[in-house]
Write a protein that binds this ligand. Structure first.
Ligand SMILES: [Zn+2]
Length: 250
């Protein structure tokens, strides 16, 4: 009888212990579970709070380049027979886009097909996206068919305009066209209305026989795109270094 009571008591105590153990495990689990939820509740708003601070620091943002193929749709630009400036500028721009994508440089084209886009919409897009660099691609034309060559135009009121144009032209002059160097153009709409460094490239003369032959060659268009991207990369690098140096001086 005594033995029976002892066993009963022991088994009660054991089950009591088991119950306590279960309660402890359950409590720990609930606390751990709540902890996960609680921690997530804190990190979400915290991360939301910190990201705009990072966004406001333009130097730490990956660069975004807007490529602007001149003309389009009902605005063919300069022409020679069946050949229109709008088609050449688009072909070169699409090659530039391809290389930028391969190099993982963020980019937007103001048009990707044969559509008319107003100058206002082109600059508005670049300003709204707060892009790092705006590159407009055109071809030249003149009444004298002897005029030929490649040049980079810039806004003389932009602090980096001239130096950026020098960088770009140093790449373009290797393409085998006559080097017309850099030209300040204070009245060009897209250069004046863009709120970031911008350049307008005049890739050869459609009105010149030799330039036109190059411009319509897909091989030249590709080589041209390679040099434009080299210019873009060097300009982005130079401007990023300049802005990080100026911010460290503050
Ligand atoms: Zn044009």
């Amino acid at each position: 009888m005594k033995m029976d009571k002892l066993i009963e008591k022991l088994s009660r105590r054991l089950s009591h212990k088991n119950l306590i153990t279960m309660i402890v495990i359950l409590s720990v689990s609930i606390i751990a579970f709540l902890g996960v939820i609680f921690r997530n509740d804190i990190t979400l708003p915290l991360s939301n709070l910190t990201s705009p601070v990072e966004d406001s620091n333009a130097a730490s943002m990956p660069p975004l380049v807007v490529i602007d193929p001149g003309h389009g749709g009902s605005e063919p630009g300069a022409g020679s027979g069946q050949i229109n400036e709008k088609d050449i500028t688009l072909a070169i721009s699409l090659e530039v886009e391809k290389i930028l994508n391969e190099k993982h440089i963020d980019n937007i084209l103001t048009r990707r097909d044969d559509t008319a886009v107003s100058l206002e919409d082109r600059t508005k897009l670049a300003n709204e996206k707060k892009c790092s660099l705006f590159i407009s691609i055109h071809n030249n034309s003149f009444t004298d068919p002897a005029s030929h060559g490649i040049l980079t135009t810039y806004n003389p009121y932009s602090p980096t305009g001239e130096s950026n144009a020098e960088i770009m032209q140093s790449k373009l002059k290797t393409l085998g066209m006559f080097n017309r160097k850099i030209v300040p153009r204070p009245n060009l709409y897209v250069l004046r209305r863009t709120e970031m460094p911008s350049l307008l490239l005049e890739i050869g003369f459609i009105s010149n026989k030799n330039d036109l032959k190059l411009l319509t060659s897909s091989d030249f268009q590709k080589k041209c795109a390679v040099q434009i991207v080299k210019g873009i990369e060097e300009i982005l690098e130079t401007n990023a270094t300049a802005s990080s140096e100026s911010s460290s001086e503050d």
